[in-house]
Design a protein around this ligand. Structure first.
Ligand code: SAH
Length: 222
């Protein structure tokens, strides 16, 4: 059973204060993060870690992003209610849940079957009806549901996948960390069919964006 007690709530309030002092100003994002129990997205044994401003392992060499990083990426997306948002890298499902709490219709892709299954179950248990999970290679995006108002990549990409640029609406935003061994947080705005404007929001560190799908039984893969 998932329980959110006064101790969790207290730790969460402190985390939100920390994000505020680190320069996160968007109140709707802080409110969403204050309302969502991050400890639901970690293994129960590690509950204590859920409210530190740190990334944390979620199995198969993957991590739930640091709360600060979630707040920054979410701010850069400038989410509006009812927008169609594609997330690449479901991981724990936490970031997808934050986007959904902001009123977006979320399509989220994960390449590791184990994480996909876990996140899908959890988001269902938490009653997130506006999140759809897909076990696919996010490099290719989700052409059958394109175009998207916004696209968010939560793994470090060597280069920007062409499919993601193609699946963005004109006027839409693509937020993606790009680079090896540390990434630059880029935001592309699609100005026209063929033109994109790029802004750089500094250095972050993500697990790599990898190609292809990893089935549940190959636990010692990447
Ligand atoms: N957004 C997540 C954190 C993601 S960590 C959260 O809130 O918890 C990055 C995730 O991207 C990992 O789960 C990794 O398996 C996944 N990933 C990496 N390459 C991918 C690809 N090509 N397509 C889909 N998911 C990918």
């Amino acid at each position: 059973m998932l329980r959110d007690n006064y101790r969790h709530k207290g730790m969460r309030r402190l985390l939100i204060d920390e994000l505020r002092s680190d320069g996160i100003t968007d109140e709707s994002i802080l409110t969403a993060m204050a309302s969502l129990p991050r400890h639901f997205f970690l293994d129960k044994a590690f509950e204590e870690w859920a409210y530190r401003n740190k990334p944390f392992p979620i199995g198969n060499k993957q991590t739930i992003s640091q709360p600060y990083t979630v707040a920054v990426q979410t701010s850069l997306l400038e989410v509006q209610p009812r927008e169609k948002i594609l997330e690449v890298g479901t991981g724990s499902g936490y970031q997808a849940a934050i986007l959904a709490l902001l009123g977006a219709r979320v399509f989220t892709i994960e390449r590791q079957e184990l994480l996909y299954n876990r996140a899908k179950e959890l988001l269902k248990e938490l009653n997130f009806r506006n999140i759809r999970c897909f076990l696919k290679d996010g490099y290719k995006g989700l052409p059958e549901f394109a175009p998207f108002d916004k696209i968010l990549v939560t793994a470090g990409a060597k280069e920007i996948p062409a499919a993601l640029k193609e699946q963005l609406k004109i006027g839409g935003l693509l937020v993606i960390p790009v680079g090896q061994n540390g990434q630059q947080m880029l935001r592309l705005t699609r100005i026209s069919e063929s033109q994109f404007e790029t802004e750089d929001f500094g250095r972050f560190r993500f697990v790599p964006l990898l190609e292809g799908i990893q089935k549940e039984d190959s636990l010692n893969g990447d």
